[in-house]
Design a protein around this ligand. Sequence first.
Ligand SMILES: [Zn+2]
Length: 57
Amino acid sequence: MQVICCVCHKTKKHNGWAKQAAQAGGQLSHGYCPQCYQQMMERVENFFAMNGCRKSA
Ligand SMILES: [Zn+2]
């Protein structure tokens, strides 16, 4: 099973993440590479900071 980053489309190799097309026929799992994961987390934090804590009614 290969993991592909759904943001930058890098695929995970044993020695790290490489910008390379995933092999055809293999099972793909979409995820985040460490870089995009970090960016995603920063965006999420910014989103909550901008919107404040949402209080459910
Ligand atoms: Zn990525």
